[in-house]
Ligand binder design. Structure first.
Ligand code: PGA
Length: 257
């Protein structure tokens, strides 16, 4: 049984003060959640504040939104995996569609980062997803297989099982228009099938696949009840601690049945 993983991708939002207030409310709502893996992914500048505010709540982990693949050096403006580890970061979002679209990240670049993350013992959350145009032209599977194979190239079985894949249809991100649970399940099943081809079925069964794109308290439970949906990467609704907590609660095993 795969444990659900719900992550809050704050993107370029939240000051230190706002981050601390968020964590305080979240802890009141959830306590040190253990039924669901919860990851808070602040901008770099708020990471230490979030860790500090989490205090003794060991189960809730902290992630980052991007990193460079090199260990150190002359890369002005960049951050390395080791620097993130130094801040107790455990997860790293890689290949988000906003990075691909606005910052020119290719599958090859994403793959370098994914391999560097594993080397540093950071768990990557690797985002893939089609645009509306690609969906309307019937290219969903082609695009997903291509992004998956490119982004996850050269990983061994253990690294694959420690990788989270996030299916985020670009047309559903920040638009209020989520994929239907059936559309999402279909894509997730295809992703798992492709993972079987990349590795083997035992490995593919262990990989957690999150859905992302306009996840809200109102649609979370139905999405989470799909057999191949193992969690959510939440943007907009993760900026409000109560909304985010409701999404986490919708992913708890008891609420699923
Ligand atoms: P959204 O963003 O929930 O605001 O659609 C999801 C994401 O980009 O990870």
């Amino acid at each position: 049984m795969r444990k659900k993983i719900i992550a809050a991708n704050w993107k370029m939002n939240m000051t230190q003060g706002e981050a601390a207030a968020f964590v305080e409310t979240l802890l009141l709502e959830l306590g040190d959640e253990s039924d669901v893996d919860v990851v808070i992914i602040p901008p770099f500048t708020a990471i230490p504040k979030v860790t500090e505010a989490l205090g003794a709540a060991q189960n809730i982990k902290v992630g980052a939104q991007n990193m460079h693949w090199e260990r150190s050096g002359a890369f002005t403006g960049e951050i390395s995996a080791a620097m993130l580890r130094d801040l107790y970061v455990r997860y790293i979002v890689l290949g988000h569609s906003e990075r691909r679209q606005y910052f020119g990240e290719t599958d090859e670049i994403v793959n370098r980062k994914v391999r560097a993350a594993h080397e540093a013992l950071l768990r990557p959350i690797v985002c893939i997803g089609e645009t509306l145009d690609q969906r309307e032209h019937g290219n969903v599977e082609k695009i997903l297989a291509h992004q998956l194979r490119g982004s996850l190239a050269d990983l061994n079985g253990k690294e694959l099982t420690e990788t989270v894949v996030a299916y985020e249809p670009v047309w559903a991100i920040g638009t209020g228009r989520n994929a239907t649970p059936q559309q999402a399940q279909e894509a997730h099943a295809f992703i798992r099938h492709t993972l079987t081809q990349i590795s083997d079925s035992a490995t593919a069964e262990k990989v957690r696949i999150q859905y992302g794109g306009s996840v809200k308290p109102e649609n979370a439970a139905e999405l989470m009840s799909q057999p191949d949906i193992d969690g959510a990467l939440v943007g907009g609704a993760s900026l409000d601690a109560r909304s985010f907590a409701q999404i986490v609660k919708a992913a708890r095993p008891d609420d699923r049945d």
